[in-house]
Design a protein around this ligand. Structure first.
Ligand code: NOJ
Length: 567
């Protein structure tokens, strides 16, 4: 079947988000328009054609606000302005307008759990001294021990080390401690404080008034802390799986002092009312690493957020049975709250899936590569599986995310020199964890050698070094090559827009294929077959619309491949 050549006009429905494919644009690494080696708004505007050609419905842009960059922009010092390295507010407004003319919606990233330690509120709080009301917007506490020399509780930072830092008070003496679930430069806000709640509502309106279509909410599940900030006492989050009848299962849910507390939902009900007051209504997607689909779908009840990233899917190994289970769970739980599922394979916090799928999958969860580093990797196999995973992802009911660079088949860069690593995880873990830089390496656009056209009109060294062997992976090298990852993405996205069966809707499992195959029908007249291998499999009757790998003339689908079939 020929690939339709034109994009459908922009989807004008107000429920576009229920089936949207959203491209995650990691601004520092997408394209550099001013030639300093760091991606920026000018770069995005120059390369907008790439996004339009790809055929996605929206972009989600990682934080672009003023920031000292202790955590690549997730330490925000002003929520209603643009970081100088990335451009100006006028540039941002121009970008939003241009994206809309290309039929692309724009989603920003909001960071409500913490600010930067250079945010005026924290600067004032630090200067004001113990007991001052300025400190109430954060979580300052006296330390334990005779002189308050020990952290107030046993909470740990996500980046390693204690989640508390002791301040040197204005009188020059060590004083109170403040909470930071991430880096010390990211103090946690106190969401019981009226100023905090009101200020974020104002920030939402500020960007909605500028035409922004929605927000991705950073660590949406961490805002509320248990009163009294009790010790965690070694309880793991997510809790370790327990063995029942020879199978590893999740233990019963238990409340936690700072993750996924029930009270957080009140915040999002307020936010939803603001989003709904706009015409067209604006939308939210939650970043919430909660362990159970049932807990996740609480965030997407009809008066709360619209969608949530499905990290369960991202963490599922490339094994048919595991994948089927994850899909069944996800769909069941989302159906219960009438919200659409989302499907995510990679993002800026996890090892790229080409490299995850290149490893032996029987090692269990594959979110982080750390425990796999040094083990054999077959990148050709990983790429093969990533192609198959794309057709699976885009055929499932609901919406999907594409993390920039996956359309080029980029692998994780596992050998960035240690002195070039920038992720706070590297330093905070004392060098035991390399962190997330390997999936954040600037995109290769053209040419034979780094910087592969990343910086417009300059050969500036990109902020993270690119590998010397990426020339076959550039956009220019792949465009027009029907065998390339890029052309597979383009074709799949074009078909998805044209095929009435795809997007939201129901899925019916097929039971006429071996257990090592995930296969399902969508109506009207569409079948997706994914062969996890190791054997070839005979395809059901129909016309192949698109295949990720080899389909023999007699209808045999090779291992680690998938097809879309018109029945
Ligand atoms: C989740 C973001 O995706 C990650 O990059 C960041 O480090 C943390 N939240 C803290 O904001």
């Amino acid at each position: 079947m020929p690939v339709p050549s034109s994009r459908a006009p922009r989807d004008a429905r107000s429920d576009w988000w229920r089936s949207a494919v959203i491209y995650q644009l990691y601004i520092r690494s997408f394209a550099d328009g001013d030639g300093d080696g760091v991606g920026d708004i000018a770069g995005i505007r120059l390369r907008m054609g790439h996004l339009a050609d790809l055929g996605v419905d929206a972009v989600w842009i990682n934080p672009w606000y003023p920031s000292p960059m202790a955590d690549a922009g997730y330490d925000v010092s002003d929520y209603r302005a643009i970081e100088g390295q990335f451009g100006t507010l006028a540039d941002a407004e121009a970008l939003i307008a241009e994206a809309h003319t290309h039929g692309l919606r724009v989603i920003l990233d909001i960071v409500p759990n913490h600010t930067s330690d250079r945010h005026p509120w924290f600067v004032d709080a630090s200067a004001a001294g113990p007991g001052a009301s300025e400190r109430d917007r954060y979580l300052f506490r006296r330390g334990r021990g005779a002189d308050g020399e020990l952290p107030p509780n046993d909470w740990q930072s996500n980046f390693g080390g204690p989640a508390w830092t002791r301040l040197i008070e204005p009188d020059g003496n060590p004083g109170e401690w403040y909470l930071h679930l991430f880096a010390p430069e990211q103090p946690d806000l106190n969401w019981e404080h009226v100023d905090v709640r009101a200020d974020f509502l104002q920030t939402l309106r500020f960007w909605f008034d500028r035409g922004v279509d929605g927000f991705r909410i950073d660590v949406a599940h961490s805002l509320i802390k248990e009163p009294g900030l009790p010790d965690i006492d070694g309880r793991e989050y997510p809790p370790a799986r327990v063995e029942v009848d020879g199978e590893l299962v999740r233990p019963p849910w238990q409340s936690h002092p700072h993750w996924d507390r029930d009270e957080v939902h009140d915040v999002y009900r307020e936010w939803r009312a603001v989003a709904d007051s706009y015409d067209p209504p604006r939308i939210f997607v939650a970043e919430a690493w909660v362990d159970e689909p049932e807990r996740l779908t609480r965030y997407v009840r009809s008066d709360e957020l619209h969608t949530a990233f499905n990290f369960d899917y991202l963490q599922t190994p490339w094994i048919a049975e595991d994948m089927r289970k994850t899909i069944v769970h996800t769909l069941d739980e989302h159906e219960a709250v009438a919200a659409p599922a989302t499907w995510v394979l990679s993002n800026h916090d996890v090892a790229r899936h080409v490299s995850r799928y290149a490893r032996d999958q029987s090692d269990g969860l594959t979110r982080q590569l750390q425990h796999l580093l040094g083990r054999p990797a077959d990148l050709a196999l990983g790429t093969h599986r990533a192609r198959a995973a794309l057709l699976l992802t885009l055929a499932l009911p609901g919406g999907a995310y594409v993390y920039q660079g996956e359309e080029l088949g980029l692998p994780e860069v596992e050998d960035i020199p240690e002195d070039a690593l920038q992720d706070p995880t590297w330093l905070r873990s004392g060098g035991s964890e390399r962190g997330r830089d390997g999936c954040r390496v600037p995109l290769p656009w053209s040419g034979e050698t780094p910087p592969y056209g990343f910086s417009q009109g300059s050969h500036a060294q990109p902020w993270l070094p690119q590998p010397p062997d990426w020339s076959p992976l550039t956009v220019a090298a792949q465009a027009g090559d029907p065998e390339s990852m890029l052309e597979l993405y383009r074709a799949a996205l074009r078909h998805r827009r044209q095929l009435a069966a795809l997007g939201e809707g129901v899925l019916r499992w097929r039971d006429d294929l071996p257990d090592t195959v995930v296969a399902f029908d969508r109506e009207p007249g569409f079948t997706c077959v994914v062969n996890f291998g190791p054997e070839d499999v005979t395809l059901p009757a129909g016309t192949v619309i698109l295949a990720s790998g080899h389909v023999a003339a007699d209808g045999q689908l090779a291992a680690d491949s998938s097809v879309w079939i018109a029945r």
